[in-house]
Design a protein around this ligand. Structure first.
Ligand SMILES: [Fe+2]
Length: 264
């Protein structure tokens, strides 16, 4: 495979081929995930008229990525990559999102406006993580400074079945836009700054010049994405009926030092 660090820096993500340690983790996590889908306590996790279970922070894993008694600690090539090549050492794993996309995604749910529903279809609801749209003005401000995103497929689904989409090279366009917008501001104040206009302009630029690439590897694989990369979920176009399940980890090691979010 190409050098993972080179690909991560150039493209904004890297995909690791299936390995036994990740396959064991994913297999165990998949059975937990299937129980979550029918847990009444998690029913509020459904979006898009039932075609997406967002499952944000829904997995009850510990800092090793394990669910005691059910799922082993995280290990494998992608974990070694974030610890070593990305320099995160002993990562303290956050509670994973368990995202499940169903056939027919996206349908129009109550949480979508006409514009946001259209954006799911035309642009895969593309966004950069960690920018919160605060009410009542719906302007965007920095809320979380993730170190990276680790995605672990919990099953097999094709590229035309609700795939994860990343805009190649978008992290560098975003990096330049955020660096300019925050220049001259104390990093401690960044969380209060309205970033909407530079973000939307940078996103438009990404759509113009970056290639959207679908990331849909199978069981045992894993992918690591740069925290500034523009990404989303493609509409379900295929005939398959097996939902796409993926666990996403987003450790936030830069919360006390947001400048590292745009320099890392
Ligand atoms: Fe996201």
């Amino acid at each position: 495979m190409p050098d993972p660090l080179h690909q991560y820096r150039e493209d904004g993500w890297t995909v690791f081929p299936p390995d036994p340690a990740v396959a064991a983790w994913a297999g165990a996590c998949a059975s937990v995930a299937r129980e979550m889908l029918v847990d009444p306590a998690l029913a509020q996790g459904y979006r898009c008229d039932g075609t997406w279970f967002a499952g944000v922070n829904a997995l009850e894993n510990d800092a090793t990525g394990a669910v005691p008694g059910r799922v082993p600690p995280l290990s494998g090539a992608a974990v070694a990559f974030v610890r070593g090549a990305l320099g995160h050492g002993d990562v303290s794993w956050d509670r994973a999102q368990v995202s499940v996309v169903f056939p027919g995604y996206p349908r129009h749910g109550a949480e979508d406006t006409e514009a946001s529903f259209r954006y799911r279809h035309t642009r895969c609801a593309a966004h950069v993580d960690g920018l919160e749209r605060s009410m009542p003005d719906r302007r965007r401000r920095l809320s979380e400074t993730h170190s990276f995103l680790l995605g672990i497929p919990l099953g097999e689904a094709g590229e035309d079945e609700g795939a994860f989409v990343v805009w190649r090279g978008s992290h560098e366009i975003m990096r330049a836009a955020f660096a300019e917008a925050y220049a001259g501001h104390d990093p401690a104040d960044w969380f209060g700054i309205d970033i909407t206009d530079p973000y939307v302009a940078a996103r438009k630029r990404c759509f113009e010049v970056c290639e959207p690439v679908r990331i849909a590897p199978g069981m045992g694989a894993a992918y690591v994405m740069h925290p500034l990369a523009l990404h989303g979920v493609a509409p379900w176009e295929g005939a398959g009926m097996t939902p796409r399940m993926v666990a996403y980890f987003r450790p936030d090691a830069f919360a006390g030092d947001p400048a590292r979010w745009i320099t890392a």
